[in-house]
Ligand binder design. Structure first.
Ligand code: LMR
Length: 335
């Protein structure tokens, strides 16, 4: 009698342990994808498409949770959260990696890229690919570039020539290049997280900003910025990054599948971003809340001349050959 009870007890324990093992083995890998943009932006849509494709193709093996609009982590703590493995995927703007590498500052240089196609060419060439690996020493692996778009200057007053910006405060991303760019035109840059930009503009803490149309529209910045000058003076793009140790801990077959999905998603994001920005430009225009100012060739040349000295200032940090490689991707002639 005691013997059979003991056998049953041992059997139950073994069965339970076996079940636990199987459950542990089957526990899907959790990827938390945090970002600061709105869901209806190129980055927001990219994150959702990534989740959708992973749900379809890696169900039971990988689970993705997307946290948009700084709902989990914001600009000031998301990269630390990645280091601490509290989040596994991020897509910060290229301006936000300065603490980890100076090389990516190339993307912030004003008037370096003529348009988004030029940026695209640079990202695809050897130098651009190499920059994806520029933060390995900090355990950050770059998985892809995602476009948002070219930046426009907005303000409480009409900005036609560089001197119009003098004396104004502009919200910037935390980047020394962007800081220097605004000092060049006599303005005062104020670095702050994206989540604080709207309130800072609304309250008058700052009077201007620089953003692509998708952010101007989705964050409703146009409702507090009566003038937007179509400068296309720089780019706001992203790097999809992960914690390198986490990434390489994913079993090879699953990681390859994830990298294939990332390629597909990146292709889609990059194919649609320009159109999405144009559609948001139309929406801003249709709202009638903000006047869109176009620059003449001479006016644009004046902005370029005022801001371009910044290149010299940062060339040594970035690497002269990186700046040169970026310049060679432009096709249009200079005005
Ligand atoms: C910003 O801070 O202005 C942008 O980097 C926000 C974003 O992620 O598009």
């Amino acid at each position: 009698m005691f013997k059979s009870i003991a056998v049953i007890a041992v059997g139950t324990l073994l069965f339970g342990a076996l079940n636990l093992c199987t459950a542990q083995e089957q526990e899907p890998i959790l990827i938390k994808f945090s970002h600061v943009a709105d869901e209806k932006t190129p980055k927001g849509q990219g994150a959702l498409l990534f989740k959708q494709l992973v749900d379809q193709r890696l169900a039971g093996k990988v689970r993705v949770e997307v946290y948009p609009a700084s709902s989990l982590f914001g600009d000031d703590n998301e990269l630390q959260a990645l280091a601490d493995d509290k989040v596994q995927l991020l897509a910060p703007s290229l301006a936000k990696f300065e603490k980890y590498t100076k090389q990516l500052q190339v993307f912030d240089l004003p008037f370096l890229f003529d348009d988004l196609e030029a940026v695209n060419r640079f990202q695809k060439r050897a130098k651009g690919r190499q920059l994806l690996r520029s933060m390995e020493a900090s355990n950050i692996i770059g998985l892809a570039y995602w476009h948002n778009g070219m930046k426009q200057l907005s303000a409480t007053k009409a900005l036609q020539v560089p001197t119009d910006a003098a004396g104004l405060k502009f919200r910037i991303q935390p980047s020394s290049v962007l800081e220097a760019q605004f000092y060049q035109v006599g303005a005062t840059p104020v670095a702050m997280p994206f989540a604080e930009a709207f309130d800072a503009l609304k309250s008058g803490k700052v009077q201007g900003a620089e953003n692509p149309w998708s952010n101007i529209y989705s964050k409703q910045l146009y409702t507090v910025q009566p003038f937007i000058t179509e400068t296309n003076h720089g780019v706001l793009d992203y790097m999809l990054v992960s914690n390198q140790r986490f990434w390489f801990s994913i079993p090879h077959a699953i990681r390859s599948e994830l990298e294939g999905i990332i390629d597909e998603v990146s292709f889609e994001v990059n194919r649609q971003s320009e159109e999405a920005n144009l559609a948001d430009r139309q929406r801003v225009q249709a709202s009638g809340r903000s006047q869109i100012i176009s620059l003449s060739d001479e006016q644009r040349a004046a902005w370029r001349a005022a801001m371009q000295p910044v290149w010299q200032q940062f060339e040594a940090d970035i690497g002269a050959e990186t700046v040169k490689a970026a310049q060679t991707v432009n096709r249009k002639s200079r005005n």
